[in-house]
Write a protein that binds this ligand. Structure first.
Ligand SMILES: Cc1cc2nc3c(=O)[nH]c(=O)nc-3n(C[C@H](O)[C@H](O)[C@H](O)COP(=O)(O)OP(=O)(O)OC[C@H]3O[C@@H](n4cnc5c(N)ncnc54)[C@H](O)[C@@H]3O)c2cc1C
Length: 181
Protein backbone atom coordinates (compact mmCIF):
# COMPACT_ATOMS: atom_id res chain seq x y z
CA UNK A 1 0.00 0.00 0.00
CA UNK A 2 2.69 2.47 1.01
CA UNK A 3 5.00 1.49 -1.86
CA UNK A 4 2.25 1.56 -4.49
CA UNK A 5 1.00 4.98 -3.33
CA UNK A 6 4.51 6.42 -3.27
CA UNK A 7 5.44 4.91 -6.64
CA UNK A 8 2.29 6.19 -8.34
CA UNK A 9 2.67 9.69 -6.87
CA UNK A 10 6.32 9.88 -7.93
CA UNK A 11 5.52 8.64 -11.44
CA UNK A 12 2.68 11.19 -11.74
CA UNK A 13 5.09 13.93 -10.75
CA UNK A 14 7.54 13.13 -13.52
CA UNK A 15 9.96 10.74 -11.84
CA UNK A 16 11.12 7.60 -13.59
CA UNK A 17 10.17 4.96 -11.04
CA UNK A 18 11.33 1.42 -10.42
CA UNK A 19 9.08 -0.38 -7.96
CA UNK A 20 10.57 -3.48 -6.33
CA UNK A 21 8.62 -6.30 -4.69
CA UNK A 22 10.48 -9.23 -3.18
CA UNK A 23 7.41 -11.47 -3.23
CA UNK A 24 5.89 -13.01 -6.32
CA UNK A 25 2.87 -10.71 -5.99
CA UNK A 26 2.51 -7.05 -5.13
CA UNK A 27 0.16 -5.65 -2.52
CA UNK A 28 1.67 -7.03 0.68
CA UNK A 29 -0.70 -7.03 3.64
CA UNK A 30 -2.98 -4.56 1.84
CA UNK A 31 -4.24 -7.48 -0.24
CA UNK A 32 -5.98 -8.72 2.91
CA UNK A 33 -7.36 -5.38 4.09
CA UNK A 34 -11.00 -4.42 3.60
CA UNK A 35 -11.20 -0.68 3.97
CA UNK A 36 -9.53 2.50 5.10
CA UNK A 37 -10.19 4.68 8.14
CA UNK A 38 -11.26 8.30 7.68
CA UNK A 39 -13.21 11.09 9.32
CA UNK A 40 -14.81 13.92 7.35
CA UNK A 41 -14.51 12.16 3.97
CA UNK A 42 -16.68 13.11 1.01
CA UNK A 43 -18.45 9.74 1.37
CA UNK A 44 -19.31 10.39 5.01
CA UNK A 45 -20.54 13.88 4.10
CA UNK A 46 -22.74 12.45 1.33
CA UNK A 47 -24.31 10.05 3.82
CA UNK A 48 -24.65 12.61 6.63
CA UNK A 49 -22.22 10.69 8.86
CA UNK A 50 -20.62 13.03 11.37
CA UNK A 51 -17.67 11.79 13.43
CA UNK A 52 -15.45 13.99 15.56
CA UNK A 53 -11.75 13.55 14.86
CA UNK A 54 -10.92 14.68 18.38
CA UNK A 55 -13.25 12.02 19.86
CA UNK A 56 -11.55 9.33 17.74
CA UNK A 57 -8.15 10.57 18.84
CA UNK A 58 -9.18 10.52 22.51
CA UNK A 59 -10.60 7.01 22.22
CA UNK A 60 -7.51 5.61 20.49
CA UNK A 61 -5.08 7.20 22.94
CA UNK A 62 -7.12 5.93 25.92
CA UNK A 63 -7.46 2.48 24.32
CA UNK A 64 -3.67 2.23 24.09
CA UNK A 65 -3.34 3.32 27.75
CA UNK A 66 -1.64 6.52 26.51
CA UNK A 67 1.12 4.62 24.71
CA UNK A 68 -0.06 5.73 21.24
CA UNK A 69 1.67 8.87 20.00
CA UNK A 70 -1.14 11.43 19.84
CA UNK A 71 0.78 13.60 17.35
CA UNK A 72 1.00 10.74 14.83
CA UNK A 73 -2.67 9.95 15.41
CA UNK A 74 -3.62 13.63 14.95
CA UNK A 75 -1.79 13.71 11.61
CA UNK A 76 -3.44 10.44 10.55
CA UNK A 77 -6.91 11.73 11.48
CA UNK A 78 -6.36 15.14 9.87
CA UNK A 79 -5.14 13.70 6.56
CA UNK A 80 -7.62 10.80 6.44
CA UNK A 81 -10.35 12.53 4.37
CA UNK A 82 -7.73 13.67 1.88
CA UNK A 83 -6.40 10.09 1.65
CA UNK A 84 -9.85 8.75 0.73
CA UNK A 85 -10.26 11.52 -1.86
CA UNK A 86 -6.81 10.75 -3.31
CA UNK A 87 -7.64 7.05 -3.64
CA UNK A 88 -10.97 7.88 -5.32
CA UNK A 89 -9.19 10.24 -7.74
CA UNK A 90 -6.79 7.43 -8.60
CA UNK A 91 -9.70 5.15 -9.50
CA UNK A 92 -10.27 3.24 -6.25
CA UNK A 93 -13.99 2.48 -5.89
CA UNK A 94 -15.56 2.57 -2.44
CA UNK A 95 -18.61 0.41 -1.74
CA UNK A 96 -19.75 1.75 1.61
CA UNK A 97 -18.79 3.34 4.90
CA UNK A 98 -19.45 1.31 8.00
CA UNK A 99 -18.46 0.93 11.63
CA UNK A 100 -15.80 -1.58 12.61
CA UNK A 101 -17.44 -3.45 15.47
CA UNK A 102 -19.06 -1.08 17.93
CA UNK A 103 -17.13 2.00 16.79
CA UNK A 104 -18.12 4.95 14.62
CA UNK A 105 -18.76 4.69 10.86
CA UNK A 106 -15.19 5.42 9.79
CA UNK A 107 -14.32 2.30 7.77
CA UNK A 108 -14.40 3.00 4.01
CA UNK A 109 -14.72 -0.37 2.29
CA UNK A 110 -13.06 -0.73 -1.12
CA UNK A 111 -14.75 -2.59 -3.97
CA UNK A 112 -12.80 -5.86 -4.23
CA UNK A 113 -11.30 -5.02 -0.83
CA UNK A 114 -7.63 -4.05 -0.55
CA UNK A 115 -6.71 -6.43 -3.34
CA UNK A 116 -9.09 -4.55 -5.66
CA UNK A 117 -7.76 -1.13 -4.64
CA UNK A 118 -4.19 -2.18 -5.46
CA UNK A 119 -4.70 -4.44 -8.46
CA UNK A 120 -7.63 -2.70 -10.17
CA UNK A 121 -6.58 0.91 -9.60
CA UNK A 122 -3.18 1.91 -8.18
CA UNK A 123 -0.97 -0.65 -9.90
CA UNK A 124 -2.53 -0.50 -13.41
CA UNK A 125 -2.38 3.29 -13.26
CA UNK A 126 1.30 3.21 -12.26
CA UNK A 127 2.08 0.85 -15.16
CA UNK A 128 -0.02 2.89 -17.62
CA UNK A 129 2.05 5.96 -16.76
CA UNK A 130 5.23 4.07 -17.62
CA UNK A 131 6.32 2.94 -14.17
CA UNK A 132 8.48 -0.17 -14.05
CA UNK A 133 7.63 -3.01 -11.68
CA UNK A 134 9.81 -5.98 -10.80
CA UNK A 135 8.43 -8.80 -8.68
CA UNK A 136 10.47 -11.55 -7.01
CA UNK A 137 13.20 -8.94 -6.73
CA UNK A 138 14.37 -7.82 -3.26
CA UNK A 139 16.34 -4.71 -2.33
CA UNK A 140 19.20 -6.05 -0.22
CA UNK A 141 21.52 -3.09 0.34
CA UNK A 142 21.42 0.69 0.14
CA UNK A 143 24.55 2.80 -0.27
CA UNK A 144 24.60 6.59 -0.09
CA UNK A 145 27.09 7.98 -2.63
CA UNK A 146 29.14 11.16 -2.18
CA UNK A 147 27.28 12.95 -5.01
CA UNK A 148 23.95 12.36 -3.23
CA UNK A 149 22.86 9.50 -5.47
CA UNK A 150 22.03 6.10 -4.03
CA UNK A 151 23.10 2.64 -5.08
CA UNK A 152 20.56 -0.08 -4.39
CA UNK A 153 21.61 -3.70 -4.64
CA UNK A 154 18.76 -5.84 -5.91
CA UNK A 155 18.53 -9.63 -5.84
CA UNK A 156 16.48 -11.79 -8.14
CA UNK A 157 14.74 -14.15 -5.72
CA UNK A 158 14.31 -16.82 -8.41
CA UNK A 159 17.96 -17.31 -9.36
CA UNK A 160 19.90 -15.42 -6.63
CA UNK A 161 21.66 -13.06 -9.07
CA UNK A 162 22.34 -9.52 -7.90
CA UNK A 163 22.62 -6.19 -9.68
CA UNK A 164 23.24 -2.57 -8.66
CA UNK A 165 20.76 0.16 -9.55
CA UNK A 166 21.64 3.85 -9.36
CA UNK A 167 18.86 6.15 -8.09
CA UNK A 168 18.40 9.81 -7.17
CA UNK A 169 15.86 8.98 -4.50
CA UNK A 170 14.92 5.79 -2.69
CA UNK A 171 11.67 5.30 -0.79
CA UNK A 172 11.63 2.41 1.67
CA UNK A 173 8.17 0.93 2.15
CA UNK A 174 9.01 -2.58 3.27
CA UNK A 175 6.26 -2.94 5.90
CA UNK A 176 6.86 -4.35 9.35
CA UNK A 177 6.90 -0.86 10.83
CA UNK A 178 5.68 -1.91 14.26
CA UNK A 179 8.33 -4.56 14.73
CA UNK A 180 11.26 -3.07 12.87
CA UNK A 181 13.46 -0.47 14.54
C1 LIG B 1 -5.63 -9.81 7.49
C2 LIG B 1 -5.36 -8.31 7.52
C3 LIG B 1 -6.43 -7.43 7.43
C4 LIG B 1 -6.20 -6.05 7.47
N1 LIG B 1 -7.27 -5.20 7.33
C5 LIG B 1 -7.06 -3.88 7.29
C6 LIG B 1 -8.13 -2.98 7.01
O1 LIG B 1 -9.28 -3.37 6.77
N2 LIG B 1 -7.85 -1.65 6.99
C7 LIG B 1 -6.58 -1.17 7.21
O2 LIG B 1 -6.40 0.05 7.17
N3 LIG B 1 -5.56 -2.00 7.47
C8 LIG B 1 -5.76 -3.33 7.49
N4 LIG B 1 -4.70 -4.17 7.71
C9 LIG B 1 -3.37 -3.58 7.88
C10 LIG B 1 -2.81 -3.14 6.53
O3 LIG B 1 -2.95 -4.20 5.59
C11 LIG B 1 -1.34 -2.75 6.67
O4 LIG B 1 -1.22 -1.75 7.65
C12 LIG B 1 -0.77 -2.21 5.36
O5 LIG B 1 -1.00 -3.11 4.30
C13 LIG B 1 0.71 -1.94 5.52
O6 LIG B 1 1.18 -1.51 4.27
P1 LIG B 1 2.72 -1.31 3.97
O7 LIG B 1 2.82 -0.93 2.53
O8 LIG B 1 3.31 -0.41 4.98
O9 LIG B 1 3.40 -2.73 4.24
P2 LIG B 1 3.15 -4.19 3.63
O10 LIG B 1 1.74 -4.39 3.23
O11 LIG B 1 3.76 -5.12 4.62
O12 LIG B 1 3.99 -4.19 2.30
C14 LIG B 1 5.39 -4.23 2.29
C15 LIG B 1 5.80 -4.90 0.99
O13 LIG B 1 7.21 -4.77 0.86
C16 LIG B 1 7.73 -6.01 0.39
N5 LIG B 1 9.14 -6.06 0.82
C17 LIG B 1 9.61 -6.19 2.09
N6 LIG B 1 10.96 -6.16 2.10
C18 LIG B 1 11.35 -5.97 0.81
C19 LIG B 1 12.62 -5.85 0.17
N7 LIG B 1 13.77 -5.92 0.86
N8 LIG B 1 12.65 -5.68 -1.19
C20 LIG B 1 11.50 -5.62 -1.91
N9 LIG B 1 10.26 -5.74 -1.35
C21 LIG B 1 10.19 -5.91 -0.01
C22 LIG B 1 6.84 -7.07 1.05
O14 LIG B 1 6.93 -8.31 0.36
C23 LIG B 1 5.47 -6.39 0.95
O15 LIG B 1 4.80 -6.69 -0.26
C24 LIG B 1 -4.89 -5.55 7.64
C25 LIG B 1 -3.81 -6.45 7.73
C26 LIG B 1 -4.04 -7.81 7.66
C27 LIG B 1 -2.85 -8.75 7.72
Amino acid sequence: AAGQAAALTAQENGASVLLLEKGRHTGGSANYSEGIFAVGSYLQKEKGIEVSGTDVLKEEVEYSKYKADARIWRKYVDSSAENVQWLANEGVVFERVQAMGAGEATWHIYKGFGYGAIHNALEPKFLELGGELLTSVAATALKLNEDGSKTVTIRNEADGTTEDVLAKVVILAAGGYLNNK
